[in-house]
Design a protein around this ligand. Structure first.
Ligand SMILES: [Zn+2]
Length: 136
């Protein structure tokens, strides 16, 4: 069973010729051997990734980026009070702090990845929780 890994060495696919650099996310499988930065090419080489997490995402074109399905959102037409703007600034600051923390703790994780976003979001929640406790 293959998996998505962070490339430790730069390389090039023997099948499709696409190349990758150190630190890039690539698809890798030991047995039967398959390696490529392109998901489709990896699958054609006999690669197979079992990942229930990714099953909830639709692949966008080729490549390794996944996007959630689009959901319609209607912005309510209301006046935003200043106190809420101040609160939002605290939240943004917490997210920034959480981003730095997550990056410190998971230096190999792509900051654009879904997992990194999840960790950052959880940390931001916890920072805000502790902050609100102290503010009381
Ligand atoms: Zn390839």
């Amino acid at each position: 069973m293959g998996s998505k890994i962070t490339a430790k060495y730069s390389g090039m696919c023997k099948i499709c010729g696409s190349d990758w650099n150190v630190g890039q996310i690539i698809f890798y499988q030991k047995q039967p051997k398959a390696i490529c930065s392109d998901n489709e090419c990896f699958n054609e080489q006999g690669g197979n990734i079992s990942n229930t997490f990714q099953a909830s995402f639709k692949p966008t074109g080729t490549g390794s980026s996944f996007m959630k399905e689009k959901t319609k959102f209607v912005m309510p037409d209301v006046e935003v009070p200043d106190t809420l703007t101040v609160a939002a600034e605290v939240v943004v600051a917490a997210i920034k702090k959480a981003h730095d923390l997550a990056h410190l703790m998971y230096p190999d994780l792509e900051t654009e990845s879904q997992l990194f976003g999840t960790i950052r979001s959880k940390l931001a929640d916890q920072i805000l929780y502790v902050w609100s406790k102290k503010a009381q």
